[in-house]
Design a protein around this ligand. Sequence first.
Ligand SMILES: [Ca+2]
Ligand SMILES: [Ca+2]
Length: 348
Amino acid sequence: MSVQPYPVITTPGQTFSVSYELDTDTQVRGFAVSIAYDSSVLSFVQASRGTLFANQNIGWWRVNTDTLNVLHVECLIFGAGLSVTGPGNMLNFTFNAIGGDFSSLRISSQSLYDVSGYAIPSVNRNHGAVIIGNQPAYLSARCFLQGAMDGDAMMHNLLRPHLPLNSPYPGAVQAVTDIPIDVVDWMYLELRESPNARAIATQPVFLLKDGSVCSAGKSFVVFMGLTPGDYYLVLRHRNHLAIMSAIPFGLVSSGAPGLADLSLATHVYLQSGIVPLSDGRCALAAGDADQDGGVFPSDRNEQWQRQNGTSGYRSADFNLDGMVDYQDLQLFWQGNAGLMSAVPGMLQ
Ligand SMILES: [Ca+2]
Ligand SMILES: [Ca+2]
């Protein structure tokens, strides 16, 4: 199942329609779906049955908006043995963009019913999103932090209670009112037109447990007022080595966002500043507490030694567990000592 188009691009005050689509050749008698959205950004207008259900004997049709931020729709054909077959359009709904610059349209729950009325198991969900504003350029990005790894392709969020509501990176201001549950830490994203050029755009971003890099409050990276095109991505973290993409990745102004997957070493500039993970992916190397571009004695002597035994949001907390202790030194700084970032301009 998917919410289309993905994403919707619109401007403040505009009304737009999205559809809930059955993507596969599946026989269904009906469905129940909940779409979660931000009601401070979008105002629900109406829902209507999709073309798949035109001219069918719909015995049950229900649209409920009683729960804040959730639209719930149920649709069922009455009559023994009756059904429709996908792929096709199940449902259309209309919103008005009332404020803000982004809302996800998340399929928070869904049931598809087969000919007999039983729920079909394990139906996948491709969520929707709405970007509101002029000249957005966007993409999806992915990376991992060595210190936060917690199994294959997954990080922990132990530092979340300590994360500041303001970006810890100087240069671009970003403040949020809350930190989503799956945020690992703040990172900092730069776009460059060539490897040696200065950044043309920067943004503090959130890194999520699954490696997704997202603009705060959004489900991928969005720059407003940026010319769409191909850019090198630089990803920085407060105590890991900075990396850059080996090739430019496209930020688009329409259509689905592309993926800049910097958890693949071949996508990382000079394959440098990274450590290999057990599943064949890679992560930014931990240990650069003073952000001078290298894992050097100063990170141990000036940062770790002075912070050892303290807790909170600390630069020498290389495994991002909220405490500075011997593990940060022995498991991360020690193993990475001497490593340097290869991103031009990063080494001081
Ligand atoms: Ca350093
Ligand atoms: Ca620690």
